[in-house]
Design a protein around this ligand. Structure first.
Ligand code: F0G
Length: 411
């Protein structure tokens, strides 16, 4: 078992960098970097390795850019359920809909897939301190993996705009939590500046090693569908790393010959924070960043997504699209997924379901198309948003008569 030989290259101009060089952007053109595997492997050989291991991020270690598979930092990430959602499919008039429940990861979001690889890489590079800016999930995840690895962790979060559960996670895992009076985009700029001038490793999604872990969502979907590729994959989009990573995953399966086609990638953004969806839908030449992004889905409250070029390319290459959804549509989708399918996702995670509903209404998904929605984070991270929407549960005396009375008057 070993990783295929890989190189670190610019995703725009192809300039190459040493894999052990700490660099986040191309020195020639400022483009973001990506990992490229330089060795071929036959489909039967790679399958023979993968078949022996349980479903998890590290099942796919041959296609992950680390040097020593015996020294990985893992909390048991990946291997999340791909739920066949027959009731939801009926509601939206589709034959088959699946929801990939990333809330099942160790810290409750897909970020763990990236952090297991990113923090393993930090140790390989001999790094002692790691940092990120976050709308909540990245910080929760990095704090946990840094704790496991014995690294010092600094997280910057937009003050007052991070769901309670996520803030609590970063605190209990022992990170240095710093609230920034500003939004995520501003916090990311500061932390990038910090990491460029100090020996601190940046683990936001501009870090290409992190995105390699996240591409395993594609590998798992293909595995869970018995080596089939869906027609459409719907992904909530914020900083736009995840949609780019998932697309890379499908492309790698295709280039090895494991997948016989590629899916259409559909990105969904909240109306008040939708620079990529606007770029795609309006066919703009240049992206128009949003200065003051606003949405109830705080995880994707991002106005200047750093990975926008990679995401726009993924959507275009795949023949997919992007859509915007309102806060009301997001919250309605969150309730629907919980009450029809028993899956409790946070508002950002419900954006993919809201997108599914909307795209069906405008006939952009055919009835027979196999569709997978990514539910990106667990609903318990943001309980306040639920409590705000429902009346307080009724209270009675501890008496069966009182109970019977209530049950006879309500359904
Ligand atoms: N869904 C959830 C639950 C998220 O936490 C995020 C991103 C996204 C979707 C969007 O993913 O940025 O790769 O497009 N959260 C980041 C964070 C920004 O700091 O936790 P993306």
């Amino acid at each position: 078992m070993r990783t295929l030989r890989y190189s670190l290259v610019c995703s725009e101009c192809d300039a190459a960098y040493q894999p052990n060089e700490v660099v986040y952007r191309c020195k020639k053109c400022d483009g973001l970097l990506t990992i490229r595997y330089e060795e071929e492997i036959s489909k039967s050989r790679i399958l023979s390795f993968w078949k022996k291991r349980p479903l998890s991020v590290w099942r796919y270690v041959e296609l992950l850019p680390i040097n020593n598979p015996d020294k990985i930092v893992s909390l048991g990430e990946g291997g999340t359920s791909l739920n066949k959602c027959a009731r939801l499919a009926g509601d939206v008039g589709l034959k088959e809909v699946y929801v990939k429940n990333e809330g099942e990861n160790p810290t409750g979001s897909f970020k763990d897939r990236g952090m297991t690889v990113g923090v393993t890489k930090a140790l390989e590079l001999g790094i002692k301190r790691v940092a990120c800016a976050s709308t909540g999930n990245t910080s929760a995840s990095l704090a946990a993996y840094a704790a496991k690895a014995g690294l010092e962790c600094i997280v910057l979060i937009p003050s007052g705009k991070v769901a309670f559960g996520k803030l609590v996670q970063a605190i209990i895992y022992g990170a240095r939590v710093i609230q920034v009076r500003g939004n995520f985009d501003e916090a990311l700029k500061i932390v990038e500046g910090l990491c460029l001038t100090h020996p601190i490793y940046l683990l936001n999604s501009i870090n290409p090693y992190r995105l390699e872990g996240q591409k395993t969502i594609a590998f798992e979907i293909w595995d869970q569908l018995d080596h089939k590729v869906p027609d459409k994959v719907i992904v909530p989009v914020g900083n736009a790393g995840n949609i780019s990573a998932i697309w890379k995953g499908f492309k790698e399966l295709y280039s090895i010959g494991l997948a016989d086609k590629l899916p259409e990638m559909i990105g969904v953004q909240a109306e008040g924070a939708a620079p990529i969806a606007n770029l795609v839908k309006k066919g703009l030449k240049e992206i128009e960043f949003v200065d003051s992004p606003e949405t109830v889905a705080t995880a994707i409250r991002i106005g200047s997504p750093v990975n926008w070029k990679k995401a726009a390319k993924a959507i275009k290459e795949s023949g997919g699209t992007a859509e915007t959804v309102s806060d009301d549509e997001i919250l309605k989708a969150q309730r629907l997924l919980a009450q029809r399918e028993g899956i409790f996702t946070e508002p950002a995670g419900a954006a993919s379901i809201a997108g599914l509903i909307k795209l069906r209404e405008i006939d952009l998904i055919d009835r027979d198309e196999l569709t997978v929605c990514i539910s990106t984070g667990h609903g318990l991270k943001d309980p306040e948003i639920v409590l705000k929407q429902f009346p307080k549960p009724i209270e009675i005396e501890a008496d069966i008569k009182a109970l019977m009375k209530i049950l006879s008057t309500t359904d």
